[in-house]
Structure formats: structure tokens, C-alpha cells
Design a binder for this molecule. Structure first.
Ligand code: ADP
Length: 231
């Protein structure tokens, strides 16, 4: 009888001991969860909220060769990874070719037009003033050779000096075309360069490459390698 009571007491004590251990382990687990949650909260607070546009490296250290392939920049910009945009980590810069046409210079709009490009964030990496020959203009506007106004364009573009430029910046080709506006100055969107300073379909202030592929061809057509600078 005594032995049975002793067994009962020692069994109860063992159960109490096990229950106490269980309570300790639960409390320990709660502490761990609280610590993990707190550190996660702190790291979320420190996460950057917007894109940093500071250049981190410029890989193109030598002058790009205008007569070799490809005359493009390799400047990289860091873009912090956010939960909504995990695929975009870097943006590669583009270059585009610009002609400030005879009407732009004759009407003294060159400064304003260049200022628009710079205000939009683009860098001038090549620039020269020249008078274009018929030969180079026929090549440049070959896609319009079948149109009735072709010879008129050649005459207009060779009538007085122009300024040739290469601009560099993110999404440069499309963005410059956007701020330049439609071919017809009258029909161009309000606020665009052509709407503000242009006259008509032909006298529309400036040319800008219409694709990255054409930009490369045009840069090579009008600039030598040692005329292009890295900012
Ligand atoms: P964009 O210069 O907008 O790329 P296009 O390549 O079609 O346009 O034309 C090249 C240039 O030819 C124009 O910028 C403009 O000077 C001239 N041009 C285009 N269409 C006409 C037109 N219908 N009449 C007169 N000139 C034109």
C-alpha cells in the first residue's frame, strides 16, 4: 500500500516537473519570436524608398569608336531592389543623334533647345557646327527619297550651318523624341520643342534619331571616334 502511494507521489512530482519544463520552453520560444519580429521591423525601416541616380561605375573608360561597333555608354546606375520591382537592378544609358536644323540657328533658338535637352537630364557628349553636304543629306534622308518634297529637304538642310550633337542619358532615344514632338510643328503636342519653336512640317527645328539602331548608324555617319567625349 505504502509502495503504491509512493509511486503515485513520485509520478505526480515527475508530471509537475515535466509541465514546468514545458512552460519554460514555451516562454523561450516566445522570446525568440519576439526578437526575430523586432529585427525584421528594424531592417524594414532602414530599406531605401526611392531610386538612387548616383553613378556607381563608368565602365567605358576609353573613347567609343564612332566608326566601330557599338558607340554606346556602359554607365550603370544602381536601383535598390524593392518588393514590387525585383527584376530591375540596373539601367543602361543610351545615346542619340541630334541635328539643330538651319531654322533653329537662323531664329536663334539653339540655346533654348539645348537647354531643354540638358534640363531633361541628358549630357552633351559630342557637338560641332558644320554645313551639311548634299551627299551626306541624301544618305541621311534616303528613306524619303521617293517623296515629292525630297529635293526641298536637301535644299533646306544644306541652306545654312547646323549643329550636330550626341546626347547621352537614360532612355535617351525615346525621351528626346517625346520632348521634340511630332514631325509637323503645327500638329506637335503643346510644350514640345517643335510646337514651341517650329514653323511647319519641314522647318521643325531639330532632328533626333528614331531608334537606338538608327542612332548608332547616324552617330557613325556624322562623328569620328575622337570627336566623342565621355563626361
Ligand atoms: P522626323 O524628323 O520627325 O523623324 P521624318 O523622318 O519623316 O520625320 O522626316 C524627316 C524630315 O523631313 C522632317 O523632320 C522634315 O524636316 C521633313 N519632312 C517630313 N515630312 C515632310 C512633309 N510632308 N513636307 C515637308 N517636309 C517634310
Amino acid at each position: 500500500m505504502k509502495t503504491r502511494r509512493g509511486q503515485l507521489i513520485s509520478g505526480s512530482l515527475f508530471l509537475v516537473y515535466m509541465f514546468r519544463n514545458f512552460l519554460y520552453s514555451v516562454r523561450y520560444a516566445h522570446c525568440c519570436i519576439a526578437v526575430i519580429a523586432f529585427t525584421s521591423f528594424l531592417s524594414a525601416e532602414e530599406a531605401p524608398s526611392n531610386i538612387s541616380m548616383e553613378p556607381t561605375s563608368v565602365a567605358a573608360t576609353s573613347l567609343p569608336m564612332a566608326d566601330k561597333d557599338p558607340p554606346i555608354s556602359h554607365t550603370q546606375f544602381t536601383v535598390p531592389i524593392t518588393s514590387s520591382d525585383k527584376n530591375k537592378t540596373t539601367h543602361t544609358m543610351e545615346r542619340t543623334f541630334i541635328i539643330l536644323k538651319p531654322d533653329c540657328l537662323q531664329n536663334k533658338h539653339a540655346g533654348d533647345v539645348i537647354s531643354r535637352f540638358e534640363s531633361a537630364g541628358f549630357f552633351i557628349i559630342a557637338c560641332k557646327m558644320t554645313r551639311l553636304s548634299d551627299v551626306v543629306l541624301r544618305e541621311h534622308y534616303a528613306h524619303l527619297a521617293h517623296l515629292p518634297f525630297f529635293s526641298e529637304i536637301i535644299d533646306f538642310m544644306s541652306s545654312s550651318p547646323v549643329i550636330l550633337m550626341i546626347l547621352e542619358g537614360e532612355n535617351c532615344v525615346a525621351h528626346v523624341r517625346e520632348i521634340l514632338g511630332a514631325t509637323d510643328s503645327q500638329a506637335a503636342a503643346p510644350g514640345t520643342i517643335r510646337k514651341t519653336y517650329g514653323t511647319d512640317k519641314m522647318r521643325n527645328i531639330a532632328h533626333a534619331s528614331d531608334s537606338p539602331q538608327n542612332a548608332k548608324i547616324e552617330m557613325r555617319r556624322f562623328f569620328k571616334a575622337d570627336e566623342i567625349c565621355n563626361p
